[in-house]
Each structure stands twice: as structure tokens, then as C-alpha cells.
Design a protein around this ligand. Structure first.
Ligand SMILES: Nc1ncnc2c1ncn2[C@@H]1O[C@H](COP(=O)(O)OP(=O)(O)OP(=O)(O)O)[C@@H](O)[C@H]1O
Ligand SMILES: [Mg+2]
Length: 282
């Protein structure tokens, strides 16, 4: 129920974003008649959206009430920045990942069997917070077939790309395990070329929140120039469909886990050894 309401709220945001962009485009050439018709369509839009927001608020209130009735306590969580920095490493305990075999196999298949003519492909894994995007990326990153195929693997957790140089710098730092001393982009690129030339690489960009389209394309073009051999890959995890649509044409949408799998994760986390004893009835 909460997931559906969250999706509805996200759709409302998308509609506002779309309407804003449309208004920007229309403003460029607006005649009087168009102004009048825009006024009416804008009023209808406002009415429609206010109704949707009211419905969402109603449903959230009902969920809150339900949570209270169930005795769930709300914890005071410190407010987060819009772009949180929550660095997660690539280490994974394989046996702890539940119910994602099909998703993992699909993405692995894409990565391992990508079209031979592609120099660098990007695969975004998209889904709401906590669905297991990072968990899956970790599994793929440490998979033995992936390790065999990719001589170089880099895991980065950088939430925002507003310029591409710092990303290139971070990749270089990861590969050399040394602080990059040079500042000039061409020197960084040259060093990166020394590291990556002729070697197949997999780059994971975990938890991306924002990306500037121009910077992204600049970044990818540089990587393609550095290493022209086929079959390199970037795996991106993100909550934002908008990020996914900038970095790739195709995306892997992560769906929620089956109820049984959720239950087994819950047991794993809540009870030692994942086992719990039913209360005896007296
Ligand atoms: N399939 C799974 N099996 C076991 N544990 C899981 C699974 N999916 C997620 N988890 C657990 O749930 C928590 C959240 O998962 P994860 O960090 O991968 O989510 P996320 O989609 O990357 O979230 P965010 O958008 O906040 O980055 C982690 O503690 C992870 O271990
Ligand atoms: Mg994550």
C-alpha cells in the first residue's frame, strides 16, 4: 500500500516536471489566443493535481493510522540532504542475497553477452530506496564470471555528476590506489589511459542522484576514447528514472521481492540465525 502511494506521489512530481518544461517551451512563442487557452488548461491542470495530492495525503494519513494501530513507533531520523552521501563498498556476503537470482542472471547476461560492436554500454538498475539495487550490484561486481571477463573493476559511490573530471580522477585513484596529484584533465586522462588501455573494465556507479547530461556524455566519450576495445560496461544504481534516462536508453527496473522472500529477510535480520520459535499457547 505504501509503495503504491509512493509511486503515485512520484508520478505527481513527474507531471509537475513535465508541465514546467512544457511551460518553458511554450513561453518562447505565445500569441494572445494561445495565452487564453493556456490559462484554461493551466487552471484545469492545477485542479486535477490538487485532487491527486489530496488523495495521496488521505492515503498517507490512513497508512499512518494503520501503523499506529499496529503499535509501530516512529523514530526521529535526522534529516538528510537531497543528495545524501552514503558510501557503500562492494563487499557482499553472497548467501545473504535472497530472491534476486533472476534479476542478477538477466543483468549478468546483458553484461557478458553485450553486442560485440559496443565499446562501452551502460546499464542502470532503477528502483525505490531499499529495494536491493546496491545489494544486486555488489553480487554482480563480485561474481566469478564477471571477475574473469573484466580485468579491471572499479566501484564508486558518487551521488552527483555536475562535471566529468572528478569522476575520471576518482576512477584513476581507485585503479592506482593512490591520490591523484595532477590537476589537468589531459594528464588525468593520459594516466587513466595507461591503466585501462587494452583492458576490459567494469565500472559500478552506486547510488547516483543527479547527473548533468552534457557532463555524462563528455565522460562516456572520454572513456570510449581511452579504451577502444569492445565489451566494457558501466553499471549504475539509482532511484531516479531521470538519471537512468540520461545514462542509457534501456534500464533494469527492479520490482519488489515476493512476500516469502521479504519474510525470510525479515527473519534473517530480526532473529539470530534466521530461526524463531512460535509462542506456545497455554
Ligand atoms: N534480496 C535481498 N536479500 C537480502 N537482503 C537484501 C536484499 N535486498 C536488500 N536487502 C537488504 O536491504 C537493505 C537495503 O538494500 P540496498 O542498500 O541494496 O537497497 P538500495 O535499493 O540500494 O537502496 P538505496 O536506494 O537507499 O541505495 C540492505 O541492508 C540489504 O542487505
Ligand atoms: Mg543503494
Amino acid at each position: 500500500m505504501l509503495e503504491r502511494v509512493a509511486e503515485d506521489a512520484e508520478n505527481v512530481f513527474d507531471e509537475f516536471r513535465y508541465e514546467y518544461l512544457k511551460a518553458q517551451v511554450m513561453n518562447i512563442r505565445t500569441k494572445l489566443m494561445e495565452k487564453v487557452s493556456n490559462f484554461f488548461s493551466h487552471t484545469v491542470f492545477k485542479y486535477k493535481m490538487s485532487e491527486k495530492i489530496n488523495n495521496i495525503n488521505e492515503e498517507l494519513r490512513a497508512i499512518n493510522q494503520l501503523a499506529k494501530d499496529l503499535g509501530l513507533q516512529s523514530l526521529m531520523v535526522p534529516s538528510r540532504n537531497i543528495v545524501p552521501i552514503r558510501e557503500i563498498d562492494s563487499v557482499v556476503v553472497a548467501s545473504d542475497v535472497v530472491g534476486r537470482d533472476k534479476d542478477i542472471a538477466e543483468i549478468k547476461e546483458k553484461i557478458l553477452n553485450m553486442r560485440k560492436e559496443v565499446v562501452l554500454c551502460t546499464i542502470p538498475i532503477v528502483g525505490m530506496g531499499g529495494l536491493g539495487k546496491t545489494t544486486m550490484a555488489k553480487r554482480i561486481f563480485s561474481d566469478k564470471h564477471i571477475k574473469q571477463q573484466f580485468e579491471k573493476r572499479v566501484w564508486l559511490c558518487l551521488p552527483e555528476m555536475s562535471e566529468s573530471k572528478s569522476f575520471l580522477e576518482q576512477i584513476l585513484e581507485s585503479l592506482t590506489e593512490r591520490k591523484v596529484e595532477v590537476q589537468r584533465r589531459d594528464l588525468i586522462v593520459k594516466k587513466l589511459q595507461d591503466e585501462l588501455e587494452g583492458k576490459k573494465y567494469l565500472l559500478v556507479l552506486d547510488d547516483m542522484w543527479r547527473v548533468d547530461s552534457t557532463s555524462w556524455h563528455e565522460f562516456v566519450d572520454t572513456l570510449k576514447g581511452i579504451n577502444t576495445s569492445r565489451g566494457n560496461c558501466i553499471l549504475v544504481t539509482t532511484r531516479m528514472k531521470q538519471v537512468a534516462s540520461i545514462v542509457a536508453e534501456d534500464l533494469h527496473m527492479l520490482r519488489r521481492l515476493a512476500r516469502d522472500h521479504c519474510w525470510s529477510i525479515f527473519k534473517q535480520r530480526a532473529f539470530v540465525g534466521g530461526r524463531f520459535r512460535r509462542r506456545r499457547k497455554y
